[in-house]
Ligand binder design. Sequence first.
Ligand code: FAD
Length: 438
Amino acid sequence: MSDGNGQGHVVIVGGGFAGVGCARALAKHDAVRVTLIDRNNYHQFQPLLYQVATSQLAPSDIAYSLRKLFRDRPNVDVKLAEIAAVDPATRTVTAADGQTWTSDAVVLAAGSRPNFFRTPGAESDSFPLYTLDQATRLRSRILTLFEDADRSPELVDRGALNFVVVGAGATGVEVAGALADLISDTMALEYRDLAVSAARIHLVDLGHVLLGPFSEGSHDYAAKVLQRKGVRTHLGVAVTAVRPGEVELADGTTIPTHCVIWGGGIQAAELAGATGLVQGRGGRLMVLPDLSVDGAPGVHAAGDVANIPDRHGEPLPQLGSVALQSGTWVADNVLADFAGKPRKAFHYHDKGIMAMIGRGAAVAEVGPHHHELHGHIAHTAWLGVHAGLMTGVRNRVDAFLAWGWDAFSSGRGPQVLDRSDAARIDWEHEQAPESAVA
Ligand SMILES: Cc1cc2nc3c(=O)[nH]c(=O)nc-3n(C[C@H](O)[C@H](O)[C@H](O)COP(=O)(O)OP(=O)(O)OC[C@H]3O[C@@H](n4cnc5c(N)ncnc54)[C@H](O)[C@@H]3O)c2cc1C
């Protein structure tokens, strides 16, 4: 299979872990030409978005130019475009502005988006944390609240320093821990008219434990650390509505707040629905064990957008390591297709799972048997794994400098209120709730 230049053409939609993994593996083969398309001109490192939102890292520490990543790879062409439709029959992808790319193989790697589970107001009035843009918006909202409460302390009674985190999975626990550190680091020294004790962080989840996919020991450790940091947990209760100025829980409680952080779940990127292909749980594309799409020759899916079966047929979790490995695996199967050889079933090499719960505290369950580590040793494992996954050497150095600075001092990273318009609060019109949680 080849174009006029004797090369097979592969179009990859999405420059996340899966798309970049796939493009990097294909780039080594001169007989292949790759077009890598993303709506952003950078690869973003989602696991560290919460550190940007809580002023630990700068946005540039966790984003890397896709063009720079492939500047030494003449057979990889990067295009900035929002893909709106995919025609699996002709392996053609169409951008929102109408431009099309037709290929010998299409790799769908468009990732996830938040799932608000039809909770009224959640989409319009909460702050999800899935993109760099959302992380900087959230950072500005948090800092706006600090500034407004510092100038007008009476706003504290209207929930100006109440932060509600929805979802007690890794995203929610990590952001709650980091937010508690941000508050204790900055309030006393930088916002002298505010008391640390005036701030409240509420972590809400329908489930009954923190860090659901982890072991019982990790659930307990996370609960203890967050309690020590002053985070209030509301488990076994759903958020029923988010409104400007308050959040409502299923047990009838309302919490006055102007910052609801949504880490309540994910679903497949919108693009999955624009392919006409079969979707499973969370709207994810159903793939065969070799990551190809049944009945759509030359179409493959990898990473979060796909429902990837493990060797027992159970779906693998939406993790960076699954995305990276599946993207690389797709590259091998595309090459096998081009060479007329059989594709191989994907085998995931499980290196474990980990979550950071604020400064110096982490849980890590390492290796396929998930050997449990807590505290500083888990923190060190976390640093190593995340630095290793980061794409550019410069980003790694910058992030390590920021982490070192953060570990040994309470001076924070970039507390920049740069999205003031997006983060502004209309205190005049946002209602003052009648009931409140102490
Ligand atoms: C806050 C957070 C914390 C996390 N923490 C961890 C962790 O600690 N460890 C871990 O292993 N995993 C973690 N994950 C999960 C991990 O980040 C994801 O599993 C991984 O990023 C998925 O990679 P992907 O390539 O499938 O998708 P993504 O990384 O989401 O990349 C998808 C790409 O597709 C692009 N795109 C989407 N739609 C279109 C379109 N229509 N047109 C053009 N481009 C498009 C996007 O811009 C994006 O660049 C976390 C996720 C989040 C959100």
